[in-house]
Design a protein around this ligand. Structure first.
Ligand code: SAM
Length: 182
């Protein structure tokens, strides 16, 4: 499958150089589109909107999927909303402006798929996401290559715990893992 939003990925890379921020864009959005096309999750949660590239990739996988995506940077929120509207995906994507720790507890729904792409993942955040995911739902956790030290060990112990997770694959040469909540 080709990347339907490659232009937005390129725009995000340019923005990152100019803004000097950490909005490193996901390298393989087409794989997210394919995953959603295969699993058909109705309710998707994303942490780390950036300029909206991955939210648009997720939305393009299935027209009945709805994505709530959380972003803390005001400029990113503005640019993401513009891009989402331009692609006519506003009916499928809600950009929530705020910090993960503040916004996650406010969410009413349980999700079928959760995508973490907000800098370095840690165990406390993954535990919050586990709570928001239905049993049998999918967690896609990016940026594992950014973890280090004891935090990395705690995170790996959580993600490889067979009580809670089954590993279903990797993306980005292993930097992103796909897990099913059991
Ligand atoms: C790696 S970028 C997301 C890139 C986007 N998914 C893409 O592929 O283009 C991470 C984003 O998460 C946001 N972020 C990081 N930590 C956050 C937090 N604790 N609360 C809210 N947003 C956060 C950053 O502002 C940044 O835009």
């Amino acid at each position: 499958m080709s990347d339907l939003h490659a232009d937005l990925q390129a725009l995000t890379r340019t923005h990152r150089e100019e803004h000097g921020c950490g909005a490193q864009t996901f390298s393989d959005g087409a794989s997210l589109t394919e995953l959603v096309a295969r699993l058909r999750p109705q309710r998707i949660l994303e942490l780390g909107t950036g300029l909206g590239y991955t939210a648009c990739c997720l939305a393009s996988g299935w027209k009945y999927a709805h994505i709530d995506t959380i972003e803390g940077d005001t400029l990113h929120v503005t640019l993401a909303r513009e891009q989402i509207a331009k692609r006519k995906l506003g009916g499928q994507i809600t950009v929530i402006h705020g910090l993960f720790a503040t916004e996650l507890p406010k969410l009413g729904s349980v999700y079928d798929l959760v995508f973490f792409d907000g800098y370095v993942p840690d165990r406390p955040t993954i535990l919050m996401l586990r709570d928001r995911l239905r049993t049998g739902g999918t967690l896609v956790c990016a940026n594992l290559d950014l973890t280090a030290g004891s935090g990395a060990m705690e995170l790996m112990n959580e993600l490889s715990d067979p009580m809670y997770w089954r590993r279903d694959g990797v993306l980005e040469a292993g930097a992103t893992v796909i897990l099913t909540k059991i």
